[in-house]
Design a protein around this ligand. Sequence first.
Ligand SMILES: NC(=O)c1ccc[n+]([C@@H]2O[C@H](COP(=O)([O-])OP(=O)(O)OC[C@H]3O[C@@H](n4cnc5c(N)ncnc54)[C@H](OP(=O)(O)O)[C@@H]3O)[C@@H](O)[C@H]2O)c1
Length: 284
Amino acid sequence: MKIIVTGATGQLGNLVIQHLLKKVPASHIIAVVRNLEKAAALAALGIEVRLADYNVPESLQNAFRLGTKLLFISSSESDDTLRVVQHANVVKAARDQKIQHIAYTSFAFAEDNPFARVHLATENAIHTTRIPYTFLRNGGYTEFFINASLKTYIKSGTIFTNTNNGKINSVSRIDLALAAATVLTEEGHENKSYNLVSNTPWSFDDLADILSDISGKSVTHQSVSYEEEKSLLVQAGLPKSFAETTAFIYRTIAEGQMERTTDDLQQLIGGQTPIKELVEKALQ
Ligand SMILES: NC(=O)c1ccc[n+]([C@@H]2O[C@H](COP(=O)([O-])OP(=O)(O)OC[C@H]3O[C@@H](n4cnc5c(N)ncnc54)[C@H](OP(=O)(O)O)[C@@H]3O)[C@@H](O)[C@H]2O)c1
């Protein structure tokens, strides 16, 4: 059996490979990358590394040769029109090379999310191949919120957001990677879609409590408007485009768009990493 992982030098792909190595020998894994130098550590582990670019169909055909299962990690391309073409190239190569099972990193509740059109288009493209599939409909990454920037909240004692204390069903990459490795190495996940979100969503009030608890200093969460949030983030040194994206995501949280839950992740991997543990790790 050969398990092919695309995007293997990315953050999620790398974690998937770490989990796979605990379940199958390195000789069963093929890492597909677009930069061989970046993949030196994977090759050193005894993993076969193949070069392919989602923009170059022939490279994908070669990279998928004699593969049994494919984990197709969605492209990080920001131009969605181009991304659809890239994804179609991957799906066609999987069909031509007779891959027997495709697991695809889609987005949670893709059918109800206008920002997940590329994922839905890709799911439909995969359906046309009739290859057994598993749609790993990943929730938003917890690392977008829980990262080294938390230190500034402890320093200032205040978290300003326009989330209105809405709930966040985010998931850490480490848990999503374990879910992907599980689907690739266990039977019974063919032709299933999993909405991989937390079943215990958290809020910024919860985060303030956790930071107070860990640091021994008082940290509070205060609500601001969308415009105020953008200005605060720019003042803090974030590029304007990132400040806008962050304030936009916070607004979707305030609107309750990230509070929907399922037990799919728990059923697949038996639990999830608690937010407090992720906060402690981010503060190290
Ligand atoms: N659920 C969420 O909250 C969320 C958030 C952001 C993104 N995503 C999606 O989830 C994917 C994985 O997340 P991540 O954190 O692992 O992202 P990442 O670290 O940016 O990894 C993306 C991977 O895709 C590879 N890639 C990009 N364009 C490619 C191309 N043209 N041909 C071949 N490979 C290409 C990258 O190669 P290099 O290593 O050479 O750069 C990298 O390995 C992202 O690509 C994006 O589609 C999800």
